[in-house]
Each structure stands twice: as C-alpha cells, then as structure tokens.
Design a protein. Structure first.
Length: 374
C-alpha cells in the first residue's frame, strides 16, 4: 500500500494549471488545493484504481481510458469495450474492479445498449490484459428496454461479501419504479459472474424479477460502502427531491408514490405524501433546490484527518462537491465546496493514496484530485 501511495503521489500531467494547484480552498475541517491530472476528457463518468498505480476511467462516448502511474493519459483507449448507445444521458457509464482483481483481472462496466431504438442499462465484464479487455461477457441486460434516452442509473459497487450492485433509473416512466416485473427504478444484486444470489429478497416471490434488491428509485447515480460494510445511495429526485438513502434488502424507497419533490415546470406535488408506512424514508433530502447528486464516496484516508468518515457527493447542479458530516445514520452537517470551480462533478473517489479524486462531466472534462494545502 505504501508503494501504491508513492506511485499515485507522483501523478501530475504536464500542462496542469499552476493556479489550480496553488489556490487554497478552505473547508470547515481542512484546507486543500486542487491538482488537475488530466484534461480533454469527453464526459468522463466513472473511475477505478488499479493496484499497480494506474487509473481506469470511462468516457460516456464509449471509451475506457488508462492513466499511467506517471500521470499520463494513454492516447489509445482500451480495446474490447462493448458497443454502447451514446445518446442523451446514455453511453459508457461506470467501471469497477473485482475485489480479487489482482488475481483474476476482471473489470466490470455499466453502459447503455440496445437495438431498434430501444435501449437500457447493461452490465459486462472482461479481463484487463495490457490495453485490452479479453473474455468479455454480458452479465445483465435491463428489461424491458424503451426509447427514452435518460434516467439510466448505472453506478456500480461491490459489498464485503463480493456481491455486485448496479443502480437503475426509472427511464423517465415513473410507474415503472414500483412494478415487480420491471428492472427500472431498482438496485439489482448479482454474484460476480452474473448469477442471482440465493438470498436475494425477491428471488422466490412469484411475479418478481429475481435480480431486484430494492425498488422505488428515480435515478440513483451515487453508491458507496461505509466502514461497516453498508451501502449508501444518492439519487436524482424531481425539483427539491434529491435523496440520500441507506440500502436495505427488499426495501421500497417510494418513488413516485412517496417523495419530497415537485414537478419542475408546474411546481405541483408528486405522489401521495412525503412519508407512508411500508416505504423507506430518506436519511437526507436536498430541497427546495436540487443539487443533482452523482458519485459518492466515504473518505477514509490520513491526509485530511478532519474529513475522515465524512461522505462526499458530486453535484452536477451548481458544479460543486458536497461534504456530509454523519453521526451514525444521521446527517448532522453539510458543506458545499468548489462551487463553480471545476465543473459538473460526476464522480468522487476515495483514493488508496489518501487523496480525494473527482471527474467532471463536461465536453472538456477533467480528472482532478484534492491535496492538503502546504
């Protein structure tokens, strides 16, 4: 781990703005600078750390990119990536490594695909060999597909037991999030090879899709595991209805029957109430203005002691990073950082070197990391 931290510490792309790396930003619990490691990325979406010090990141257009241990962005994309439909909010989305990647080389990708104008979120894996993916296999295809080009979800995470979770949006068709025979608006749970775990909550329930782990989500795009092994999730709500949730097997998070949000155009209330028996209430709601959360990470490093245990969420609206202070399962503080400094923060990652890494969802997106101020 010390060697890995040393390699990642050396990441610095030629041409990164000296003004960015020298400007000191003040947080309530830390002072930091922003170092841009790579520029010119086309809507980067997901990020993963390889054990040899390199980084993998996705571009929504369909490219999987390598950033070397020396900080240089490999100009040639990784080959072997499945074909994607890069339209609207769709394309190549998240990337995750198998917990035993150092032994098996498996890389997992979420992406949007389909045919005949009907698309949906899919999941595939392949072995990373040099600059290519080998033995690529599709593990999951969302059903039913539709012609909508938004609300794909797409965030990936493994739990401590090695099960894989994939978030799925409602595809812009709200009632689908409550249907037992529809993948839309749910979080699915799979074994690392795509099989359905024996203890999935709806596996043996008639009329239910066995992959479903939770339901009642609008468009979840943040997923992170805490120190206790629990999975936390952020999702895009309507106006004033963005949520932070704690995942629980078989739970129904209410969308669209239960929500704090309102229609964007008319301001009319959506659903029946903000809380109802049988539905799981959010731990935190952003309102009356949404932040459009995407990307989520718990900070666990030693470089920012005042942030240890805090939850960081990217925000597309207001182009910022949000820090949440927790006391158990309660949010007891919120701080908004880097407002308008970098761009639309699409992903946040807790690096193995103790830094915090960000991706911005722009035509000219960046990979950046936060470093303690001198």
């Amino acid at each position: 781990m010390k060697a890995l931290a040393g390699i990642l510490l050396s990441l610095c792309v030629a041409g990164a703005s000296s003004a960015e790396s020298q400007t000191v930003h003040d947080s309530e619990a830390a002072r930091f600078t922003v170092r841009v490691l790579a520029r010119g990325l086309e809507h980067p979406w997901g990020l993963a750390f390889l054990p040899d010090g390199r980084l993998l990141l996705t571009e929504r257009a369909g490219r999987l990119r390598l950033v070397g241990a020396d900080g240089r962005l490999d100009p040639a994309p990784v080959s072997g990536v499945p074909a994607v439909v890069a339209e609207g909010q769709g394309g190549l989305l998240d990337v995750a490594l198998h917990p035993q990647f150092a032994r098996n080389g498996w890389v997992y990708l979420s992406y949007v695909a389909g045919s005949g104008g009907r698309v949906g979120t899919e999941l595939a894996r392949g072995r990373l060999v040099g600059r290519s993916l080998r033995d690529v296999e599709v593990l999951f295809r969302m059903q039913p597909k539709s012609g909508a080009r938004h609300h794909f979800g797409g965030r990936l995470a493994f739990d401590r037991a090695g099960y894989l979770y994939l978030t799925l949006g409602d595809r812009g068709d709200m009632p689908r999030a409550q249907r037992p025979d529809d993948h839309a608006g749910s979080v699915i749970r799979l074994s690392d090879d795509g099989r359905v775990p024996l203890d999935n909550p709806f596996r043996n329930r008639a009329g239910w899709l066995a992959e479903k782990y939770t339901l009642g989500h609008r468009n979840p795009q943040g997923l992170a595991r805490d120190a206790a092994g629990r999975l936390w999730l952020t999702e895009h709500g309507p106006q004033g209805g963005d949520e932070l949730n704690l995942l629980a097997s078989g739970a129904n998070y209410g969308w669209p029957r239960v929500t704090h949000g309102r229609q964007y155009v008319t301001g009319a209330r959506i659903g029946e109430a903000t809380s109802l028996p049988g539905f799981r209430d959010p731990l935190h709601v952003w309102g009356p203005t949404s932040i459009a959360p995407s990307g989520l990470a718990f900070y666990s490093g030693a470089r920012f002691p005042g942030w240890r245990g805090d939850l960081f969420a990217g925000a597309l609206r207001e182009r910022m990073l949000v820090r949440l202070k927790l006391a158990g399962d309660r949010v007891v503080g919120e701080e908004r950082l880097l407002v308008g400094v970098l761009g639309r923060v699409r992903d946040v990652r807790d690096g193995p070197d103790g830094y915090l890494y960000l991706l911005t969802d722009e035509d000219d997106g960046v990979l950046a990391r936060l470093e303690p101020a001198p």
